[in-house]
Design a protein around this ligand. Structure first.
Ligand code: GDG
Length: 486
């Protein structure tokens, strides 16, 4: 069987503990089961980083290989270009972008250093799977170093229209470099369509099939691979956690009030400012709900080395203070904002305790929290998911209350509607959403991509890559909506 080599900016090193973030949630089950190499940034900045080889450690069947970044690499590649230009642009939020040509240069140079450090770790039969916007040029940089292995790329975040992409000066260079991958995967069909349009516009590719491009006589396969969670497993974790002292404490603190819950990395794309405005509008217009409802927003700080993220944290704290001081009462605090993360299982228990899951990103590749909220519900008495129509997850979870996250009135109305929703409608909506996620898993997602890579890749290799065959699915307990969590 081929060895899997995953490349992602952040690597969930076991000694660092669980971190908030969808990429690790999606990938970890596959790596832990199949084994392989996980290569990326250590999370450390070091003056001598450029001279060091990759640091290797092992846990279970996974070999972790990480490199440090210099301060200049961190600032130019990671903070300024990946997170200050590509992240907002790919989320179609160009007003947040701050472009500087020297950052773009550092981004390409740092990608080249990642390629240099990865090269000695690669073996002939490896399947190389590169992840996300930090590494758009990596496929070309690996080819330039003679790598003939199948190289796949998956984008966890959305892909914008060519007009928006064009706002970043190196758009053509980025797309041309990425097209050196054999298979390029997206969360939704519209991301794929936007990419195909960009590839023809900026890189001279020709679309020869719905999911097939041709460039320089080579074929590049595109595909849609929506990121998934293990819903039965998460449901079981939520049921267990619901009985834990931590979740019991939260429940007691509510004193019978209905819980509205948000769980998001503290990130401008998650629509937290607009969400708080929507909740405030709800409190102003629906006074009969005062003292009967509490909104808990868990927003673990993320990318605090990026200035705009620090500013967002301060803005949210201020908005939360205003909501509580202006809409609250001496005996009632309508909003709890927590910027610390917690164990994923505890979050599962909180989700089960929540009457409403409020998931309103301005735009999101997929949004696994939405799927987790559905999985965590009690089938006999499920809560209501309020979901942004601009999250990739809205395509599968269209039985949620779908809202435009830019419209505080729409969020306020959806909250009022969800709180008033009768049991029958809650159950009907929940069952439809459960059906949409229960048959999928992160393993199927991963194997689906790797199968495509095996079929689409390997053509440059002198010898074909041996087949990667998914083993039998792990023996999950049999779950149906009625027996899943009882
Ligand atoms: C990117 C894309 C795409 C949250 N807080 C804590 C914690 N979490 C976990 C959640 C969930 C994950 O992090 C967040 O995943 P999302 O998908 O919601 O969002 P991103 O981090 O932006 O993920 C996204 C995803 O990649 C996968 O392709 O869906 O669109 O932006 O699993 O439960 N986990 C822990 N502590 C926390 O405090 N342990």
């Amino acid at each position: 069987m081929s060895r899997l080599v995953v490349v992602s900016n952040r690597v969930p090193l076991p000694e660092k503990g669980a971190q908030a973030g969808g990429l690790a949630t999606a990938l970890q089950p596959l790596l832990e089961r199949e084994g392989g190499v996980w290569f990326g940034w250590s999370g450390t900045i070091a003056a001598k980083a450029a001279e060091q080889p990759a640091r290797i450690s092992h846990a279970g069947r996974v070999t972790y290989a990480t490199i440090d970044l210099t301060r200049a690499e961190h600032d130019g590649y990671y903070a300024n270009f990946a997170n200050g230009v590509l992240w907002p642009l790919l989320h179609s939020l160009p007003e947040m972008m701050r472009f500087d040509r020297s950052d773009a240069e550092t981004y390409f140079e740092t990608n080249a250093r990642f390629a240099d450090r990865l090269l000695p770790l690669l073996q002939d039969e490896d399947l190389v799977w590169v992840h996300d916007y930090h590494f758009l040029p990596l496929p070309a940089l690996l080819r330039a170093r003679g790598v003939t292995n199948p190289v796949g790329f998956f984008l966890h975040i959305p892909f914008p229209s060519p007009e928006i992409l064009a706002l970043a000066p190196p758009a053509g260079k980025l797309i041309t470099a990425l097209l050196q991958a054999d298979v390029i995967g997206f969360q939704t069909i519209s991301d794929l369509g936007n990419f195909a349009a960009a590839a023809t516009t900026f890189a001279g590719a020709r679309q020869i099939g719905a999911e097939l491009l041709e460039i320089d006589g080579r074929r590049v396969r595109l595909g849609v691979f929506p990121a998934e969670i293990d819903a039965p497993d998460f449901a079981a974790a939520a049921l267990r956690a619901a009985r834990s002292p931590t979740v019991e404490r939260l429940r007691r603190s509510l004193g019978g009030q209905s819980l509205i819950l948000g769980v998001d990395r503290l990130d401008p794309t998650k629509g937290l400012v607009q969400r708080l405005a929507g909740y405030r509008r709800f409190l102003e217009t629906e006074t009969s709900w005062h003292r009967r409802v509490v909104f808990l927003q868990i927003a673990p700080v993320s990318r605090q080395d990026v200035a705009s993220y620090q500013a967002l944290r301060a803005e949210l704290s201020q908005l939360a203070g205003e909501i509580n001081s202006e809409c609250g009462d001496p005996d009632w605090t309508p909003l709890r904002l927590i910027t610390r993360g917690g164990p994923r299982t505890t979050l599962a228990g909180y989700m089960r305790a929540a009457r409403i899951g409020l998931v309103t990103p301005l735009r999101d590749g997929m949004n696994l929290v939405a799927k987790e909220y559905v999985a965590a519900q009690d089938p006999e008495d499920p809560g209501v998911l309020i979901l942004s129509r601009f999250a990739g997850a809205a395509r599968q979870l269209d039985a949620a209350l779908l809202v435009n996250p830019n419209d505080p009135d729409a969020i306020a109305e959806a909250i009022a509607r969800a709180l008033a929703m009768d049991h029958r409608e809650r159950q009907t909506r929940w069952r439809a959403m459960w059906q949409a996620i229960v048959e999928n898993s992160p393993l199927d997602w991963g194997f689906g991509f790797l199968r495509a890579l095996q079929q689409g890749g390997g053509k440059r290799s002198a010898h074909a890559a041996p087949a990667i065959t998914p083993r039998a699915k792990p023996s999950l307990p049999v779950h149906t909506p009625s027996n899943a969590i009882n």
